[in-house]
Design a protein around this ligand. Structure first.
Ligand SMILES: [Fe+2]
Length: 489
């Protein structure tokens, strides 16, 4: 795995977590006496050190630079004093603090945090910093292990909301039997009730888009009092900070920041730590609005444990499925079967563009307007006056057949068209187009050939018309940059 961000919170001193794959524990707070293997964070959160060497005795004292200061009982128990520099903690080379959470990776060549998280950052704002004055962790960390590969739970947290009425039928019936009022409101979810955001680095967020439906689901997990608070002061603050769509209608149901930071509903987050190919250790936390009354926070913590704690009514059902899938996938028959990943492929989940994230629909809409924008640019038409060409341009999976005559686009038709030929094709991901059309695109996203170099675009076919009119195509495909940049970002 190339990129493995770890995470913890500096907002509280209760978090303990581990770095994915390396499997070392993490303690937050001032550097001091600690037990190896562990991790140190300096008070400003800017520098993180990991003790990944093996040393006995395990207790050592470090300074704030990760240097080894001493070992308790050193003169008595050690015949020879060790070379301090050889047993210092190792600095994590890439760190980023976001909303009080520290993300880090050992990979020095990994992309910047902003690029890595991408559009999902706007959702993290609401999750990590929602409400009147932000969020805080209550209680401690709950840890348990399940007999399933960590990727099963990670995948589940990215994308699968459809399991809810089936996997959780038993938990649902038990919960609803105790609450006839809630049972009267409960219904099967429809595709219009929810959205999924997926990103190129593997993150995913699933959420309700209807505030009323979200309240029903939230009441199921957390109870009516907490829903009342969330629909009152918490929502008002969020609307003021993030607008109507993200502040009111966005209702988080699940999510994952790849590879191992998961979310369950509002207020629960967890990390998945591999414990071999067939095991995962889950570290679970409850996060509540700081502004909420103390009694409500405690209720919130307990209700979260009742539903998605280690013995939670819904967690038990999810865990049972993951372990069963793990067992079945190990069979000789399953090893010969194909894995189908078509669910949701090619779908645009937010055609109106109400929520953050680049959608194919927004990019396609911008492409459809290019001929009209070209007509308003006589200089660009003049630049292509010697060009007659049929080509394929647009989003990677939904390009357009474009007929250019004397520099003018005389036809722009969505592909595929039966028996229609083209001389060259330039297609790019929706993310690439959205970045390319920013008023001031970032380096690497600013140029058509740069996009091919970074693997976000494909140029193929007979390149002669493209290369002989390179500036024409660069200007043509940058036309959406000014008028619609906001609409596709
Ligand atoms: Fe579930």
């Amino acid at each position: 795995m190339r990129f493995n961000y770890l995470k913890t919170s500096l907002k509280t001193a209760v978090l303990a977590t581990t770095v994915l794959l390396l499997g070392v524990g993490l303690a937050v707070g001032q550097v001091g006496l600690t037990a190896a293997p562990t991790t140190l964070v300096t008070p400003d959160g800017a520098t993180l050190y990991v003790i990944d060497n093996d040393f006995t005795p395990t207790l050592r004292v470090f300074d704030t630079g990760g240097g080894l200061l001493g070992i308790p009982g050193e003169p008595k128990y050690l015949v020879k004093t060790p070379e301090r520099s050889e047993w210092s903690a190792h600095r994590v080379p890439r760190l980023h603090v976001f909303k009080g959470f520290v993300f880090g990776t050992w990979d020095e060549s990994a992309p910047d945090f902003e690029e890595y998280v991408g559009d999902v950052a706007e959702y993290l704002n609401v999750i990590f910093d929602g409400g009147v004055d932000g969020m805080e962790v209550v209680g401690g960390v709950e840890k348990w292990t399940i007999a399933a590969n960590w990727k099963l739970s990670a995948d589940q947290f990215v994308s699968d909301d459809s399991h809810f009425p089936f996997t959780h039928a038993s938990g649902l019936s038990a919960t609803l039997r105790a609450s006839p009022e809630l049972a009267a409101k409960m219904r099967m979810p429809t595709p219009d009730d929810s959205r999924h955001v997926r990103s190129k680095y593997g993150h995913g967020i699933g959420f309700s888009t209807d505030a009323e439906w979200h309240e029903i689901r939230q009441e199921l997990s957390l109870g009516r009092d907490i829903v009342a608070y969330c629909s009152g002061p918490h929502r008002q603050a969020n609307v003021a900070k993030y607008g109507e769509a993200m502040g009111k209608d966005f209702g988080l149901t699940h999510g994952l920041i790849f590879p191992n930071l998961g979310f369950v509903g509002l207020g629960m987050f967890r990390q998945f730590h591999p414990r071999g190919p067939g095991g995962t250790e889950i570290h679970d936390y409850v996060m509540v609005p700081k502004h909420a009354p103390r009694e409500l926070k405690e209720r919130w913590r307990i209700e979260a444990l009742h539903t998605f704690g280690s013995a939670g009514i819904f967690e038990q059902e999810d865990g049972e499925h993951w372990t069963t899938i793990q067992r079945n996938l190990q069979s000789a028959r399953a090893r010969k079967a194909l894995l189908n990943v078509q669910l949701g492929f090619g779908q645009t989940s937010d055609p109106q563009g109400r929520f953050p994230g680049t959608t194919d629909a927004a990019v396609t809409g911008a492409f459809a307007k290019i001929p009209a924008w070209l007509e308003r640019d006589p200089a660009l038409i003049a630049r292509g006056r010697l060009l007659d060409c049929d080509c394929l341009l647009g989003p990677l999976h939904a390009p357009f057949h474009v007929a250019i005559r004397a520099g003018r686009i005389v036809e722009l038709t969505p592909a595929p068209v039966l028996m229609r030929s083209w001389r060259f094709s330039y297609r790019a991901t929706s993310l690439a187009w959205a970045q390319h059309w920013q008023p001031m695109p970032r380096p690497g996203w600013h140029d058509l050939l740069a996009l091919t170099k970074r693997g976000e675009a494909v140029l193929e076919g007979d390149l002669h018309p493209f290369m002989t009119h390179l500036q024409y195509f660069k200007d043509l495909l940058a036309l959406p940059r000014q008028p619609s940049a906001a609409a596709v970002s």
